[in-house]
Design a protein around this ligand. Structure first.
Ligand code: GRF
Length: 205
């Protein structure tokens, strides 16, 4: 099965690029139909254009969450896609937005990558918080999005060590390299067998 994706970004877009590279290499049977950014200046938009992908910038500056989401939904109307892939998208999606992407099983067709082994260290600064805590092992989580922040059925996790001489920068770089492997590999798996959830976290979805 081929999967069609809409990727949401806010920043440098290195995960988006890893996914695009994997599609171009023929590892993932799929396509990126559109890249959406809430920041018109995001480097990710330039990278997406280099890959020939359609981009849409819907600035979130100075408008309410509801208004921004309405504009994003309008911008998405011309595109067909199976999943929204959050790749460094620094916005929380409202329950009303999630409902628009509900699948027949009650899950949302929205996937996120988070830079920690959830449920540890949710929030915007996963690497910083794990490092500051002094963890010996950290990791990366790919999960389906639900109504809570950095929460929802886990699709994959991969751990990496904190080494004795690590600085926050080397620790983050090791994690990001793991992200760049894990996100494409999960999307590849989904393109082959769909989404399989062992523990549906029924109370929260
Ligand atoms: C990644 O660490 C991701 O896990 C987090 O935000 C960062 C985005 O990096 N959600 P990039 O824009 O993909 O380079």
């Amino acid at each position: 099965m081929s999967i069609q994706l809409a990727i949401f970004v806010s920043g440098q877009g290195s995960n988006m690029e890893a996914i695009l590279r994997s599609i171009h290499a023929g590892e993932i049977d799929g396509s990126v139909e559109v890249v959406v950014s809430n920041d018109p200046e995001a480097r990710a938009l330039l990278v997406a254009k280099e890959y020939g992908v359609k981009t849409v910038a819907v600035s979130s500056a100075g408008i309410s969450r509801a208004e921004h989401e309405q504009r994003v939904l309008r911008a998405l109307e011309p595109f067909n896609f199976d999943y929204i892939v959050l790749a460094g998208y620094m916005r929380i999606l409202s329950p009303a937005f999630l409902q628009r992407f509900r699948d027949p099983r009650g899950f949302y067709r929205i996937i996120n990558i988070h830079p920690s082994l959830l449920p540890a260290f949710p929030g915007k600064t996963g690497y910083d918080d794990a490092f500051a805590y002094g963890v010996k092992v950290s990791g990366v989580t790919v999960h389906l999005v639900d109504e809570k922040v950095d929460h929802g059925p886990i699709l994959a996790q991969e751990a990496f060590p904190r080494l004795p001489n690590d600085t926050l920068e080397t620790f983050k770089a090791r994690g990001l390299a793991v992200e760049h492997q894990l996100y494409p590999s999960v999307l590849k798996q989904i393109s082959v067998q769909g989404i399989r959830i062992e523990n549906p976290l029924k109370e929260s979805v």
